[in-house]
Design a protein around this ligand. Structure first.
Ligand code: TZP
Ligand code: MG
Length: 221
């Protein structure tokens, strides 16, 4: 069965931004603070290291029933029994990822433009006949960010709202999201906020995660 996923505060990892702290310690703190979903995104990890890190992260998250997604690497996700994968526009095509991982996997797709976002539901037709589109769209960057240098032009809140009006897809905002603007992203139509630096580079990752969750919750009422 497909797990129910809570997208409210979605932590995306980057060891290089952890200010010298161990990634597992940072994620453990973020879990205490209340992150609801985690993606292992380590662009410079080799296959073996990626698997070892993924296993350790999954062991940390499983007792809390927090799903782990793997960035780009379908093989790593399968090796560690992760809940799913997140792919971008130039990675293995969504339909192939769905065919490999099956209907119960959580698969996220990055959309960099409105055109890509509106084309995404059409993927239903090519998902091996399974009729299953992506579980969520990662919409970004919402704001300028130094974390992903090739992230492209920022969407801004108005464009996110315009997308919200045209799709029923689950939308997760990413890029430049902080405690200060997370509520605005939710009010603009996101179902959750994905962050890297706002948590992993925070002096107190547990407090940062807690404040993000509070901001998201405040926007929902
Ligand atoms: N995809 C679009 S922006 C981004 C990714 C992975 C980086 C987000 O990092 P931050 O530190 O939350 O701005
Ligand atoms: Mg990718």
């Amino acid at each position: 069965m497909k797990p129910i996923v809570d997208y409210r505060v979605y932590l995306v990892t980057d060891r290089a931004l952890c200010l010298g702290r161990d990634l597992l310690d940072v994620v453990a703190a973020a879990v205490q603070g209340g992150v609801t979903l985690v993606q292992l995104r380590e662009k410079h990890a080799g296959g073996r290291e990626f698997v070892e890190l993924g296993r350790a992260l999954k062991d940390l998250l499983d007792p809390h029933r927090i799903p782990l997604l793997v960035n780009d690497r379908v093989d790593v996700a399968q090796a560690i029994g992760a809940a799913g994968v997140h792919v971008g526009q130039s990675d293995i095509p969504y339909a192939d990822v769905r065919r490999i991982l099956g209907p119960d996997a959580i698969i996220g797709l990055s959309v960099d433009t409105m055109e890509q976002a509106l084309a995404a539901p059409d993927l239903d037709q090519v998902a091996g006949g399974a009729g299953i589109g992506p579980d969520y769209l990662g919409v970004g960057p919402i704001f300028p960010t130094a974390t992903k240098l090739d992230a492209g032009e920022a969407w801004g809140l108005e464009k996110l709202t315009a997308l919200r009006r045209q799709t029923h897809q689950t939308l997760v905002g990413i890029g430049g999201i902080t405690v200060a603007n997370a509520a605005a992203v939710m009010r603009a139509g996101a179902d959750g906020v994905a962050v890297v630096s706002a948590i992993v580079s925070a002096p107190d990752p547990a407090a940062a995660a807690r404040e993000l969750l509070d901001a998201v919750e405040a926007a929902r009422v």
